[in-house]
Design a protein. Structure first.
Length: 210
């Protein structure tokens, strides 16, 4: 069951990264033409990887210099990522911050392409930002999730029929999930209209029972 969930999560993330909203110029002009299309970044993990990438980019220790030199991103990408996160006042921790909440939001930054996503992923994994399979992932809308629970819920909401979701949560929430899926993180899911703590808990219980 664990292997199945991880495989589903891997397929989910690859599908999510193929979202239409992602449409900017790749980080390195030398990338082959096949990789210049948005939606082709290569990642192969589920909720834990996404969470690790977001935690890394949203952390105050992640500076332009770190992204530029250590992670080896294009300087334009490094500046764009930090500028997006910090908001108009260019200071993290203030009201205008725009923290990253999904891989597609990362991919929407100018000059970001598949190689940028891959380098962020590799750095996050190598430097301990990615939670382990059996570890605590986080609290979303007051509901706590482990990595395995998050992967199970994401597999459920991305694969279940409308009828199946309708039996678990409010019909309006179920319809919205069908319209807006796939989701690559619990944070993304929790931002959906009609999805609140009660719905997240019901989805968590249903996923754990399957």
């Amino acid at each position: 069951m664990v292997i199945l969930r991880l495989c589903r999560a891997a397929a989910l993330l690859l599908t999510t990264l193929n979202c239409l909203a992602c449409g900017s110029i790749p980080s390195h002009p030398a990338e082959s033409s096949a990789l210049l299309e948005k939606g082709t970044p290569q990642t192969d993990d589920g909720a834990a990887l996404v969470q690790g990438m977001l935690l890394f980019l949203n952390d105050e220790s992640t500076t332009v210099g770190l992204l530029d030199v250590t992670v080896d991103l294009d300087h334009r990408v490094a500046k764009g990522l930090v500028a997006h996160r910090d908001g108009g006042d260019e200071v993290l921790g203030t009201d205008d911050d725009d923290l990253f909440e999904s891989v597609c939001e990362i991919d929407s930054i100018d000059w970001v392409g598949p190689k940028t996503i891959q380098r962020i992923k590799e750095y996050a994994i190598a430097n301990g930002w990615v939670p382990q399979e059996d570890s605590f992932l986080g609290v979303f809308d007051g509901i706590a999730f482990t990595v395995l629970e998050a992967d199970a819920v994401l597999a459920l909401v991305n694969e279940a029929s409308l009828e199946a979701l309708d039996a678990i949560i409010d019909h309006r929430a179920a319809e919205t999930i069908i319209e807006e899926r796939p989701f690559d993180s619990i944070r993304d899911l929790s931002a959906v209209k009609w999805i609140g703590p009660d719905a997240l808990m019901e989805l968590k219980l249903a996923a754990n029972a399957s």
